[in-house]
Ligand binder design. Sequence first.
Ligand code: SAH
Length: 346
Amino acid sequence: MGLTREEFVRESGAPAQAALEVYKRFFREGPSEFPPLAPVPTKSLVTPSPEGEVTKFLLAVPPRREGEQSLETESVVIPMMRRHSTTKTLCVSSQVGCAMGCTFCETAQMGLIRSLTAAEIVRQWYAAHHILTHDIKNIVFMGMGEPLDNYDEVIQSIRVLTDHAGPSIAMGSITLSTVGRIDGLLLLREQVKQTGWKSLNLAVSINAPNDAIRDSIMPINRSMPLDELVPILETWPRRKSGAICVEYVLIPGVNASAEHAAELCERFRGVRCCVNVIPYNPRRDSPWPSPTEEEVWAFLHELESRGQFCKRRRTKGRDSMAACGQLGNEAIRKRKFVGLSVGEGS
Ligand code: SAH
């Protein structure tokens, strides 16, 4: 599952045409042809939302070497209401856990357990499409993990997901979301200049209008502050219509005032972007509440009145801990406190 068609043909050693047929059948027909390879969800939770059912599912990740624990990836299928139809977006994880330590995010609470391979990322699409039989239109790297902390495997998984003989997802239907790791963004900037990559969508979790607030909720900002991040976004290579998505988790008492909205607009004046306001979903043991409807609309209104293109991300799946920032395994997180070594190799 981690190979593009060319790589599969090469590695199989079989005649090219025959190998290509196998590759196509594997991705198109699904597990009826190759039952032993089918990833079967260990758990799947369905919650209703006004736009349809949100499905969170877990896949077992077998240990890679002796002594390593068995882990699970978490993924979410999200219905998105469009004008005339409903499409489905798959939210994939790029790591089990995360090393970034953002204070508002559930996943951060478990630390980084390990990065996923390209195959383990593609399996999440395979399971959603072939096992749970969802017709997936878009894929967002917004599940557990920091994609740019696992750069090579994430890029390889996108190569496979967009392979015309494989899943054949359009590049313009894929969004990579990052905390704003500068080193990874510099690599990605070169990658998206390549043919076929220009329409990859970029989302950056900004979450604060200034360094003082961002430092306090996103530790990455202390070494990679807004002064370094914003210029990269200002000069991001893009196709004509593509704006960067600036994600902004709205947390009452932290970053949600009218002044914060004004400061954000000022700071991002030179970035062609859409601010995606995400009402904070309380993580376990959260010190903050979620914002009220009024707080969300007031913030959006403030952005709009300053000419900033923006939208609201509608909350879905909160009851099953499937909403933004709520993925994470409580059992694994608890194990962290009994001497498991985590966060290595970040
Ligand atoms: N590590 C990547 C991708 C995973 S998070 C990144 O940070 O972008 C996907 C989005 O969920 C991010 O924009 C993040 O800021 C947001 N998020 C995290 N915790 C949240 C929470 N508790 N409530 C709402 N959104 C949250």
